[in-house]
Design a protein around this ligand. Structure first.
Ligand code: BG6
Length: 484
């Protein structure tokens, strides 16, 4: 279904996000007939270049990231794009942008800030001072929103001085991933899971977002952030919210976000002693990845030392009736053994076995929701081994691979999210109070780490992180699932 006519002004249009994600995503939406004839993309950046040079660059970006190009669609898509040189930090170019946008003030107008967060405030202020905010205007910002609760509040206030909250779209691209949305379908469109979805039946939950890549070209940003700010404050806590929240009244944006907020507020705060006991920080050393030998974090950074963590594992708890006493083990890191993101829901063992010992041991049920790669849902169940040999039990997966079940291309998260911006649907975007609540739980962890002054533990690239992360789970008599 076509969205309404729009002007999408992308700041940072010559940057990495536009190149890898935004342009290919918009091309795909055009291919699927979702962009109306009147949809325009206005590329903005500081560079002095004309429409033709930018269009060539944009075309190359799409060709690099999309297989099986439809040449007619690509041509149509590229013709939607124009370029305006605008400076985020001064008034240069803003009248040109105002003129371009002013040609049509009745369409949806979206500003996508694909730039360093340092510029969010100044761009928003200029959008305001140049009178570019119409009633149909929205602004999209990427994480990180602040470095801590205080800076996030300040930034949100600046943005809030120009835009209403219903015009602000804070992207967490994990929420646009198909399997993440499927988590809501799984929980709330099936009668099977919800009655069991609580401390009485669930032993623990594991959320793993593992990457095999290192910090690549982003060491400058990453060294000021670290894994806790880069992945946990946003993506992992959002996943945790979707696993743990109460059924919302509807899929309406505020109903869903109200429920997520309650989860964030119920996260058990950690004091310094808890941080020491329940969190593990790591930093990768040289080692091997699929492509061969790789350098350590400090070598990549070209610095003699850094306390920035590239791995974090946390045992979190949600202090409410549904989840009291159920650990949520969270971990994420760079240069781990493989690139895999999974949510594992481990059910409790059966209360009593009627089978004799020859039947073998009975493993408790486990639901595995795989975000990437090979998106799908797998339920580990016990069955009888086939054949007349007597009652022998075996654990097998009831497996639902999305690729096999649907045989359609899995759209990138940005495709869904950009269209939601145009539609004005905020369900998959973070509300301001969610950002605040997430920082309220993260800040004390950051503070304790910095006062403990213990450097992150080294781990060899290509492994599952420091051994302390394994101990974090094993001392509870559990284990990370690494049949990932
Ligand atoms: C980003 C982080 O938000 O997510 C990156 O800043 C990380 O450090 C990326 O690599 C992971 O996203 P995905 O979609 O590849 O899992």
């Amino acid at each position: 279904i076509e969205v309404a006519p729009f002007d999408l002004a992308v700041f940072g249009a010559t940057g990495d996000l536009a190149h890898r994600k935004l342009l290919p995503a918009l091309y795909h939406r055009d291919l699927d007939g979702q962009l109306p004839a009147e949809a325009r993309v206005i590329a903005c950046s500081r560079r002095d270049m004309g429409d033709k040079a930018y269009r060539d660059w944009a075309e190359a970006s799409v060709r690099e990231h999309v297989t099986d190009i439809d040449e007619a669609v690509l041509k149509r898509f590229i013709e939607r794009i124009s370029y305006v040189a605008v400076d985020a930090a001064s008034d240069a170019g803003w009248t040109d942008l105002a003129k371009r946008l002013g040609e049509r003030s009745d369409v949806v107008r979206a500003f996508y800030l694909a730039v360093s967060p340092d510029f969010f405030g100044s761009i928003c202020e200029r959008i305001g001072s140049h009178g570019l905010v119409t009633d149909q205007t929205r602004v999209v910002i990427e994480k990180p929103i602040g470095k801590d609760g205080t800076s996030a509040k300040k930034l949100n206030e600046t943005i809030g001085g120009v835009f209403r909250e219903d015009q602000i779209f804070r992207i967490d691209h994990y929420l646009g991933k198909e399997t993440v949305q499927n988590l809501m379908a799984l929980r709330f469109a099936n009668a099977l899971f919800e009655p069991l979805w609580n401390a009485a039946h669930i032993d623990h939950v594991q959320i793993t977002v593992a990457e095999s890549l290192g910090v690549e070209g982003r060491a400058g940003y990453y060294d000021t952030a670290g894994a806790l700010r880069d992945m946990v404050q946003n993506h992992i806590l959002q996943l945790l919210c979707l696993v743990a929240m109460e059924p919302p009244e509807s899929m309406d944006a505020d109903s869903v976000r109200d429920e997520k907020l309650k989860v964030l507020k119920a996260l058990k705060p950690m004091d310094a002693e808890a941080v020491e006991r329940l969190t593990v920080r790591g930093q990768y050393r040289a080692g091997a990845s699929a492509g061969g030998a790789v350098a350590g974090y400090l070598e990549e950074l070209e610095k003699p030392s850094s306390d920035t963590e590239t791995f974090v594992a946390i045992k979190a708890e949600i202090a409410n009736w549904r989840w009291a006493g159920v650990p949520f083990y969270l971990r994420t890191g760079k240069r781990l053994a493989s690139r895999v993101s999974e949510i594992v829901v481990q059910f409790r063992p059966i209360p009593h076995s009627i089978f004799d010992t020859e039947a073998g041991s009975i493993s408790a049920n486990r639901l595995v929701i795989r975000l990437q790669p090979n998106e799908g849902v797998r339920m580990q169940v016990m069955i009888k081994d086939p054949g007349p040999g007597g009652m022998r039990l075996r654990q097998v997966p009831l497996d639902m691979s999305f690729a096999e079940a649907f045989k359609v291309r899995n759209p990138d998260a940005y495709e869904r999210l950009i269209m939601d911006v145009i539609r004005g649907n905020q369900t998959l975007f973070m509300r301001r109070d969610e950002v605040d609540a997430a920082w309220a739980w993260i800040d004390p962890i950051l503070e304790s780490w910095s006062s403990l002054k213990e450097p992150p533990k080294g781990y060899t690239s290509g492994t599952w992180g420091p051994s302390a992360s394994i101990a974090l789970v094993e001392r509870d008599g559990r284990t990370w699932f690494e049949d990932l």
